[in-house]
Design a binder for this molecule. Structure first.
Ligand code: FAD
Length: 502
């Protein structure tokens, strides 16, 4: 039986963040994910690295400040998958008053250590290009900064970094039992082929997101754990609604806010909803009611009315929120709470809540909580994740165009759109993926939309992709543009490769 210093249950952003931090501090680490990396909530977010302007209304100053500070830290360690985004907030009479918005944005600009991101400014929507796609009557607005992230790639690159620091990352590996034995943990992991593996651990982290309470049941009796509140959030994707690069944040009459964000070049992403979820988290899907709500909310602002017939895709996720007893789902705290159970000297740390934005700080705090069990050298390395680039992110925060140009110089045959996508996904590692290719033909079979056999092989070899879905929805977002025939062809190749590797 293999034993590790630390075993993490759950390959979402929080589990991968903790695994990376711990492995980089010299601990032996294993992470088990029952499906694919990021297949839970971490691929269903609005994809923002943001302070969360609206959380200021709930006086969540600590959370907002920590999140704001993380924006530039994360942008610098992963400039290929994270970049600044300007948000336009049109002022609507009858909703939040102008002074309140100004005050919120003043705080947003000043409490978060902003150095690189541009400051807030006011907009005359009758003159600005941001006013053009909006309905008449909206005269003023504000424009402020946050960041965009490719959420599922953030998870995979964090896992890859953990692996490069020695962690074992196992997908399609479900932890089905865990018990304390003589001051450590004995786990049973069930693999995709039905085989079971016994694994030992000195420390156990439960980062199962919406399944955190289910895992606690598997683990047997634990001292009073915190409560979890599952809140569903859905998004719709429609053909591009405007031709500039800014996003919109719209206030709704129900006091909620809805974002409309440029997405994957040809689309606009609109979300999200907030409603309590009482079923198995894996069953979550956008309902007709949510789709109608999002269409109506966006149509309040855009000249072009949006109807469910415009929707080309949807996705939905379940927020695993710490239950603070708030009455409305939208008011439940987005802050994280870590619960440590130290029975029999075998610690179990469970993660409740949190945002993608705060995953790195959450990981540091998790290891602080386990500090008594860590060797001094591991404690001394606290903070290393704040400056070490994620795989492929070892270039300047504003160096994306330069990377694209360099890749095209080295691989003159690459069409511009493909070079851009590869740098966005793999950063400086795009050249490793392309290897010694000298023509498009060298990249192997073309499935469509610039997806070649070489990339598929790379994803299956180096990024734990095992199914077509892993490739087209989480490692890339090409599922949006590939036809069903192209997806069927890809499916065949993925199955063949899988069989060949068994
Ligand atoms: P998950 O990503 O759900 O990971 C948990 C993993 O554990 C899953 O992959 C699951 O398969 C695995 N697992 C469960 N049980 C087991 C087991 N027994 N064995 C092995 N594996 C197991 N945050 C932001 O910062 N910015 C945003 O813009 C944003 N927007 C959001 C919008 C929506 C609609 C939602 C729902 C959330 C949003 N969030 C956002 C919050 C953020 O997405 C989540 O807080 C975060 O992804 C949670 O990550 P996690 O790792 O805790 O959970």
């Amino acid at each position: 039986m293999t034993s590790y210093d630390l075993v993490v249950i759950g390959g979402g952003i929080n589990g991968c963040g903790i695994a990376r931090d711990a492995a980089g501090r010299g601990l032996s680490v294993a992470l088990f994910e029952m499906r694919d990396l990021a297949s839970g909530t971490s691929s269903a977010s609005t994809k923002l690295i943001h302070g969360g302007l609206r959380y200021l209304e709930y006086y969540k100053f600590r959370l907002v400040r920590e999140s704001l500070l993380e924006r530039e830290v994360l942008w610098k360690i992963a400039p290929h998958i994270i970049w600044p985004l300007r948000f336009v907030l049109p002022y609507q009479a009858g909703l939040r008053p102008m002074w309140l918005i100004r005050l919120g944005l003043f705080l947003y600009d000043h409490i978060g250590g902003r150095k690189l991101l541009r400051a807030t400014r006011t907009l005359d929507l009758t003159r600005s290009s941001a006013g053009k796609p909006l309905r008449p009557g909206m005269h003023y607005g504000f424009e402020y900064s946050d960041c965009w992230v490719d959420d599922s790639r953030l998870v995979v690159l964090t896992a890859l970094s953990a692996a490069e620091h020695g962690a074992r990352i196992a997908t399609q590996a479900r932890v089905v039992a865990a018990e304390r034995r003589h001051g450590s943990w004995l786990l049973t992991v069930r693999h995709a082929d039905g085989s079971e593996e016994a694994v030992g651990a000195r420390m156990l982290v439960n980062a199962a997101g919406p399944w955190v309470a289910d895992v606690l049941k598997t683990v047997g009796p634990v001292t009073s754990a915190a409560g979890i509140r599952l809140v569903q959030g859905s998004h719709i994707i429609v053909p591009r609604l405007f031709d500039h690069s800014r996003a919109y944040i719209f206030q709704n009459a129900d006091n909620r806010i809805v974002f409309a964000i440029p997405y994957q070049r040809d689309f606009t992403l609109i979300g999200t909803t907030d409603r309590d979820w009482h079923d198995e988290p894996g069953k979550v899907a956008a309902s007709a009611e949510e789709i109608a709500y999002l269409c109506a909310a966006a149509s309040e602002y855009f000249l072009h009315a949006i109807t469910p017939a415009d929707v080309v895709a949807t996705y939905s996720g379940v927020r695993p929120l710490y239950d603070d007893g708030a009455s409305k789902a939208q008011e439940a705290t987005r802050d994280y709470v870590l619960h440590l159970d130290e029975a029999e000297d075998a610690p179990l740390l469970s993660v409740f809540g949190g945002k993608i934005t705060t995953y790195r700080r959450l990981a540091e705090t998790a290891l602080d909580r386990l500090g008594a069990y860590l060797p001094a050298e591991a404690q001394a390395r606290r903070g290393w994740t704040g400056t070490a680039p994620l795989p492929g992110g070892d270039f300047a925060h504003d160096g994306y165009q330069h990377q694209v140009a360099a890749l095209r110089r080295a691989y003159g045959f690459l069409p511009s759109a493909l070079a851009q996508r590869l740098v966005r996904a793999y950063g400086t590692r795009a050249s490793g993926l392309l290897g010694d290719s000298r023509s498009l033909a060298d990249l192997g079979k073309h499935y469509g939309a610039g997806l070649y056999e070489k990339e598929v092989a790379y994803l299956m070899q180096h990024e734990w992709a095992k199914t077509t879905e892993d490739i087209i929805w989480r490692r890339t977002k090409l599922g949006l543009v590939l036809s069903s025939d192209e997806i069927a062809q890809l499916n065949q190749s993925v199955s063949l490769r899988k069989t060949a590797s068994i």
